[in-house]
Write a protein that binds this ligand. Structure first.
Ligand code: CU
Length: 68
């Protein structure tokens, strides 16, 4: 397991936080995901073999936000 913190742009409310949290937690290889609005970031505990950081960034983009 590895912990990766990614800054996320484009979240405006708790609904954004909840939908991104759900999207990350539904990703195979993700053990836990904590998303906050302030600071705007996602902290993800994941198996880098199954869910590499690039994959996490894609999930964030697909959910409608921007991974920094
Ligand atoms: Cu929102």
């Amino acid at each position: 397991m590895e912990t990766t913190r990614i800054a996320v742009e484009g979240m405006t409310c708790q609904g954004c936080v909840n939908s991104l949290t759900r999207a990350l937690q539904a990703t195979p290889g993700v053990r836990s995901a904590t998303v906050t609005l302030q600071p705007a970031q996602a902290t993800i505990e994941h198996d880098p073999a199954t869910a590499p950081a690039d994959r996490l960034r894609t999930v964030i983009a697909d959910a409608g936000f921007e991974a920094r």
